[in-house]
Ligand binder design. Structure first.
Ligand code: ITT
Length: 197
């Protein structure tokens, strides 16, 4: 019989919540998000993805006493020295406007007059347990920035990111296609193999 567990997902980002729920459901793990539980959103004060992922997982664990998962992720553009990086959410401003954030990436590249469009998505997933243990898992996918944005699916910067070896952006792919390639899918594959063998 499939085991049933409920973990808390320390996230208020609906795009991430949907992707993570989809991937963990077949393993008998149900996710209840911080957004659904009205948990406070911790301030992301660390300078690295791993630091912020652990900070968010531990904050939710301290609030709930439950097994908690957090995802810190972002888009790192080589010609921009890795920006927007850990500040990826903030490039959308207070309103989290990703049409604006994508345009800012495009305009920053245009201002450099470079043809280098290489970029990567990075995701760190941290799992914090009530016994105080914490594990983290990293996933990355390399690709390039395209302009104008293409596709209506996905979230965040998906419409300007085309994974290497493909001619469609993440926003033009089905959920299953994106999951098989993505930084989040890869970080979760590592977590699943450690937690569920
Ligand atoms: P939580 O901290 O509440 O989980 P957040 O949106 O603030 O939500 P992050 O600090 O990790 O999350 O910011 C990551 C940003 O990077 C996110 O807002 C997206 O804009 C972008 N991003 C991450 N993964 C992405 C993906 O798969 N596709 C497109 N954009 C992505």
């Amino acid at each position: 019989m499939t085991r049933k567990e409920i973990w808390v997902l320390s996230s208020h980002n609906h795009g991430k919540i949907k992707e993570l729920k989809d991937i963990l459901e077949p393993y008998g793990v149900g996710l209840s998000s911080a957004a659904e539980m009205s948990l406070p959103e911790p301030e992301e004060t660390e300078k690295t993805f791993v630091g912020n992922a652990i900070l968010k997982a531990e904050a939710a664990r301290d609030e709930t006493g439950m097994v908690c998962l957090a995802d810190d992720s972002g888009l790192c553009v080589d010609a921009l020295g890795g920006d927007p990086g850990v500040l990826s959410a903030r490039w959308g401003g207070e309103a989290r406007d990703f049409d604006l954030a994508m345009r800012r990436v495009h305009e920053a590249l245009e201002a450099l007059e470079t043809n280098d469009r290489t970029a990567r998505f990075v995701c760190v997933i941290a799992l914090a347990r009530p016994d105080g243990s914490v594990r983290d898992h990293v996933g990355e996918i390399v690709g390039s920035i395209v302009w104008p944005p293409r596709g209506d699916d996905g979230f965040g910067y998906d419409a300007i990111f085309q994974p290497e070896g493909h001619n469609r952006t993440f926003a033009e792919m089905s959920r299953d296609e994106k999951r098989a390639l993505s930084h989040r899918g890869r970080a979760l594959a590592s977590l699943v193999s450690e937690e569920f063998g």
